[in-house]
Design a protein around this ligand. Structure first.
Ligand SMILES: Nc1ncnc2c1ncn2[C@@H]1O[C@H](COP(=O)(O)OP(=O)(O)OP(=O)(O)O)[C@@H](O)[C@H]1O
Ligand SMILES: [Mg+2]
Length: 426
């Protein structure tokens, strides 16, 4: 079963359950509302229902509370399906390598994603902090680092420009003429001064990830702990705990962006599958504005045919960059709004027929308006109420069992990881 409950509707003394249908879910859902109105709770409830219905899901949680709740409610028969990615567990780091690719197409896709991630983190307004020059160097350097049977990771990029043996060893494996020319024609003519200038520039961006043990031990591993294509095909439950307090904001954003890029790379591989083999997979992203790149936006329009249903939420629509706001409103089939401020109410009243601006500004907590897709068509707006989170059903023992299993199965002991990474960097 692939439909889930969003909330309830009360009309003339009759209570009906608001169901979100299987086909409609592939047209995606956006939810907006002020703090404390119950947004995360709706996603938690829906995600748990998906888990109970044996669906594959990924939940990206910037606070950790939703994941904590989900972990305490996982039904016993799904325990083994949970992949719990908690970067703050520094003793058993997972591997998450954005530069790990199986095909040339995937290589190009991921390198492009990498560039977009750097824009998002360091130059979101595209004001020139990261320019075409940096892009060019990063693209060629990343493709070079990935060359060869061993592969490579982001943290080895600076080494390419300071260790001639490493550079030559990597270049031996290059087959792409454009990248080969980058070294033979361009770099050979670049002065040491210019090289070191660019290296400093690289370091000012990579440095904070390279010098941070927690991050280096995750993004510096060549092999990722899990493969997105197979986790979607096998209907796994990927819970991503990006609690900023524990790992730092920029690190949390970086990891979330990498997860989404790799998820998209996995989705795109579904193009080779028969449509019947593309099992639905449901993605929940809380406070999604921190994790959007241009490809994420194009995914909203493309991913339906690959069986991905996306659920995103944040507090203010008006604060989203114009292109993201337009893409969300233009591509999402179902929109749900709790209480919002005047600016958002203005935008939403145009989308929700027959609601007025004031309607959105006076909603009591846990009450919403929804424009729901039903049978492929978007309904007129109607009101609803969310369902409170249930008290946790399972014992803390289940949560601990999942944590222990994940450390041992997907994580690797820190000493072991550091030994390999130090060797790669030396
Ligand atoms: N329908 C409901 N009835 C009663 N309590 C609820 C209901 N929905 C959520 N809650 C409770 O209200 C509180 C706020 O909910 P939640 O964290 O989901 O809000 P939010 O909109 O995600 O806020 P924020 O934007 O700050 O993340 C939580 O303690 C939650 O358990
Ligand atoms: Mg929330």
């Amino acid at each position: 079963m692939n439909n889930v409950t969003i909330g309830i509707n009360k009309f003339r003394g009759k209570t009906t359950v608001i169901k979100y249908g299987e086909k409609e879910r592939l047209r995606h859902m956006y939810m907006v509302g002020k703090t404390g109105v119950g947004k995360s709770t709706i996603f938690q409830n829906m995600c748990l229902e998906d888990i109970q219905n044996k669906n594959g899901v990924c939940f990206i949680d910037p606070h950790g509370e939703s994941i904590d709740w989900l972990l305490k409610n996982i039904p016993k028969e799904r325990l083994e399906d949970v992949i719990l990615f908690d970067p703050s567990d520094i003793d058993f780091p997972f591997g998450l390598n954005i530069l790990e690719a199986r095909s040339e197409i995937e290589k190009d896709f991921l390198v492009n994603e990498c560039i977009q991630i750097f824009y998002k983190l360091f130059d979101p307004q595209k004001s020139g902090i990261i320019g075409p020059q940096f892009e060019h160097w990063l693209r060629n350097a990343a493709l070079t680092v990935m060359a060869g049977p061993e592969g490579g990771s982001l943290v080895e990029i600076p080494k390419l420009f300071i260790d001639r043996d490493f550079e030559m060893e990597k270049r031996r494996h290059l087959t792409d003429p454009v990248v080969i020319e980058f070294w033979t024609k361009q770099m050979s003519k670049t002065s040491d001064f210019h090289k070191s200038e660019m290296l400093n520039y690289f370091m000012s961006k990579f440095g904070q990830f390279m010098n941070n043990t927690l991050m280096r031990n995750i993004i510096g591993q060549h092999k990722s702990s899990f493969d997105f294509e197979s986790l979607m095909d096998n209907k796994k439950i990927l819970l991503v705990n990006l609690s900023k307090g524990k790992i730092g904001e920029i690190n949390a954003h970086m990891l979330g962006l990498i997860i989404l890029s790799k998820l998209q790379a996995g989705i795109l591989k579904r193009a080779n599958k028969e449509s019947g083999d593309r099992k639905p997979f449901y993605l929940y992203v809380d406070e999604f504005q921190n994790f959007t790149t241009d490809t994420f936006i194009s995914m909203l329009s493309e991913s339906r045919k690959y069986g991905l249903g996306v659920h995103i939420t944040n507090q203010y629509l008006a604060q989203l960059p114009e292109n993201i706001k337009d893409a969300v409103l233009g591509n999402v089939g179902t929109i749900l709004s709790f209480e919002v401020g005047a600016e958002d109410a203005e935008i939403l009243s145009k989308e929700f027929i027959p609601m007025e601006v004031e309607d959105f500004m006076n909603l009591p907590k846990f009450n919403f308006y929804i424009k729901l897709m039903i049978d492929g068509k978007t309904s007129n707006a109607f009101s609803g109420m969310s369902i409170p989170p249930e008290k946790s059903k399972s014992s803390p023992v289940i949560k601990e069992a999942i944590e222990t299993f994940n450390r041992l199965y997907y994580g690797s002991p820190k000493i072991f990881v550091e030994k390999i990474i130090n060797k790669n960097l030396s």
